[in-house]
Write a protein of this length. Structure first.
Length: 227
């Protein structure tokens, strides 16, 4: 009996060690549900999609991040060695996570009947540039929160409305989360449905036009630091 107990304890130790090693070494960049869709000197953007009942691997976040939610879903998230947390999210919700100073290992799954989608923007954590950004004092825009390296805004674009994203010393990420928009940038005109994004580098402009028959909304991230 004593030998069996020792053998069982030995197996448990091996399993725990393998679990710790696996979760500690799997970066979010290697987690198969997270797809890198943009990477430059300002931001790395990961697109996370989960079908109902699907679960990510345990993975590690260690960069200053912004999460932009793009679905109506019930989300479950579990940090290592903690109980899972459940919550409802909706398109346009945007949160800041200082994983650069407080890395986290967790897994995520859908807890309802809907698919789940979000985008994780890893912003640079170098010292912010001395250049100032143009605050988005646009009609219908709302500052959601402001951090040292990134600020988040929401902007409603009513049908028939258009506005210009003025030239700035900062870079912008525009996420369309409802409706349908035409965005003219660097001489190119493209149409963006809900769930799309566009990157606007510093010292360039973008015209955002809602020529559709329904209102639209977007999240704008203003980034003032290079990678």
């Amino acid at each position: 009996m004593k030998n069996k107990n020792v053998h069982f304890f030995f197996i448990v130790c091996i399993v725990l060690c393998l679990y710790k090693k696996t979760t500690a070494q799997t970066s979010v960049h290697d987690e198969p549900h997270h797809k890198t869709v943009l990477e430059n000197q300002y931001v790395r953007l990961l697109d996370l999609n989960l079908l109902p009942g699907d679960t990510t691997l345990w993975h590690k976040h260690d960069a200053e991040s912004v999460v932009v939610f793009l679905s109506n879903s019930i989300l479950a998230i579990q940090n290592a060695n903690e109980e899972p947390l459940f919550g409802s999210i909706k398109p346009g919700d945007v949160v800041y996570r200082n994983y650069g100073e407080k890395p986290v290992i967790h897994r995520v799954w859908t807890a309802g009947q809907n698919s789940f989608r979000c985008m994780v923007a890893e912003v640079n954590n170098n010292p912010a540039t001395n250049d100032s950004c143009n605050n988005l004092s646009l009609t219908g825009s709302k500052l959601v929160w402001k951090q040292k390296h990134v600020s988040a805004y929401r902007k409603d674009i009513f049908k028939g409305e258009k506005f210009d994203l003025a030239k700035s010393n900062c870079a912008y990420l525009v996420f369309v989360y409802s409706g349908f928009l035409k965005i003219i940038h660097e001489g190119n005109s493209r149409f963006f449905a809900a769930g799309s994004f566009v990157f606007v580098p510093p010292n360039s402009t973008a015209e955002i036009d809602n020529a559709s028959n329904e209102d639209a909304s977007c999240v704008l991230l203003e980034m003032n630091s290079r990678r």
